[in-house]
Ligand binder design. Structure first.
Ligand code: PLP
Length: 456
């Protein structure tokens, strides 16, 4: 068999890819017709593809390469760890230095009394852990009937059966028997398309109060936890109205329900602070992390757990874990990533310098005829495409067509932006410079102009 290289011809790479490689969230047949875009190398915020294009990655991969591509220190950390101890597990009362150090560092970074870490390999796995952990917690607390978990429509918590059920993606639920029993969804705080004539603040309160209604419907003593992203990412970067999270916090406190903040996207500087929970001023009992934890250089996720929850879980043998929970190479890389994010001031610079600049520039897009609103917190933002700004109207025909057209124009202009329906989203590496932000906005604007012309 020929082994292809990054320098092999694109057509050959695409043909072999289409023949054997099944892609996530991809219409497989399309690969045979158009072929995948083959990314070969990356540096900073820039990708190279097999056709020699240089592409600005305004999505940081899949919202994860917070530190930017090409950091030698992370490659070195991986190589060092592979030589010293490439693998050992953390089951049955064994441990190793990278897992010990990383857990301690996460406890230091995480707010409040979130001092305990259960490792996984992804956000999906960490949310599966959370689902089992909160149910086990209540069982051990003598309230075994508290098994119901509430989450939100259009939230995203992963793609495994458990985490996909926690998520509220109807397209995912339509395939493969999800959601599993005991998981209930309430509507999202998405004012732009769902707020009607309400003010943003009133709408935020109304959507938060759906949680109380659901709790009362299920019986307050039957509910284990509420899970949500501080800011919905994959749902379209939906920034909740200011009234939403304080009301959610009031409700979970009132009924003594555990709050799980899914920080897989929001964590590690994406929203300006280390965690979205700090930006949104909430007090979770568990935080899910992944992505930015290693800046995507290694697959790793974790549940960061409060003293109170950990005490109960530590009181039993928790029959749960993954072969690669706390994988030494992934932990060593994550630890080095956190060191650089901190010591190089990447998180604080993103919060204080490039974040405000990005916000100011991104918000100028609202003067474009296609753009109904721009929402951005830190380094995650989205614009709503609309045929009529005044009424916040949807496009006639299939939702997402305008978004798809705009995304394809971005692709052609060597800019990676993603679309969720008719929202265009960005989540660039935190190391993006002001000049690169200017390039991002200029290419986005050009792509919007082209999409606008095409949609006429
Ligand atoms: N939670 C959130 C908020 C996410 O955005 C994602 C992935 O995008 C996940 C969980 C799942 O993480 P993974 O893809 O690493 O399993």
């Amino acid at each position: 068999m020929t082994i292809l290289t990054p320098n092999s011809p694109t057509a050959e790479l695409q043909a072999l890819d289409a023949a054997h490689h099944m892609h996530p969230f991809t219409h497989g047949a399309g690969l045979g017709e158009k072929g995948a875009r083959i990314i070969t190398r990356a540096e900073g915020c820039w990708l190279n593809d097999s056709d020699g294009n240089r592409i600005l990655d305004a999505m940081a991969g899949l919202w994860c390469v917070n530190i930017g591509y090409g950091r030698e220190e992370l490659a070195e950390a991986a190589a060092r760890q592979m030589r010293e101890l490439p693998f050992y597990n953390t089951f049955f009362q064994t441990s190793h230095v990278p897992a010990i150090n990383l857990a301690a560092r996460l406890a230091e970074l995480a707010p409040g009394d979130l001092n305990h870490v259960f490792f996984a390999n992804s956000g999906s796995e960490a949310n599966d852990t959370n689902l089992r952990m909160v149910r086990t917690y209540w069982q051990e607390k003598g309230q075994p009937q508290r098994q119901h978990v509430i989450s939100r429509w259009n939230g995203y918590h992963g793609s495994s059966v458990g985490s996909g059920s926690l998520g509220g993606m109807k397209g995912m639920h339509a395939q493969g028997g999800m959601p599993i029993p005991g998981i209930h969804h309430i509507d999202q705080p998405y004012w732009y398309l769902e707020g009607g004539n309400m003010s943003e603040d009133d709408f935020g309160l109304a959507r938060a109060q759906l949680l109380e209604e659901k709790i009362l419907e299920l019986g307050a003593d039957n509910v284990a936890a509420f899970i949500a992203e501080p800011i919905q990412g994959a749902g379209g970067v939906i920034v909740p109205p200011a009234t939403y999270w304080p009301e959610i916090q009031r409700i979970v406190d009132k009924y003594g329900i555990l709050l799980i903040a899914d920080e897989v996207i929001c964590g590690f500087g994406r929203t300006g602070e280390w965690f979205g929970s700090q930006t949104m001023n909430i007090r979770p009992d568990i935080m899910t992390v992944a992505k930015g934890l290693s800046s995507g250089y290694q697959p790793i996720g974790a549940s960061i757990v409060s003293d109170g929850v950990a005490k109960v879980i530590d009181g039993v043998e928790f029959n749960h874990g993954y072969t690669y929970s706390g994988h030494p190479v992934a932990c060593a890389v994550a630890l080095e990533n956190l060191r650089l994010l901190d010591e190089e001031g990447i998180v604080t610079r993103a919060r204080d310098e490039t974040g405000p600049y990005l916000k100011a520039q991104f918000e100028t897009l609202t003067d474009h005829p296609l753009v109904g609103e721009a929402k951005i917190v830190g380094h995650m933002g989205s614009i709503a495409l609309t045929p009529d700004k005044a009424s916040r109207a949807r496009f006639a025909g299939e939702a997402g067509t305008a978004g798809f057209i705009t995304r394809e124009r971005c692709f052609a202009n060597n800019l990676i932006m993603r679309h969720v329906g008719d929202r265009m989203i960005i989540s660039p590496p935190l190391v993006i410079s002001k000049e690169e932000i200017d390039t991002l906005i200029e290419r986005a604007r050009r792509s919007l102009d082209e999409a606008h012309a095409q949609l006429q």
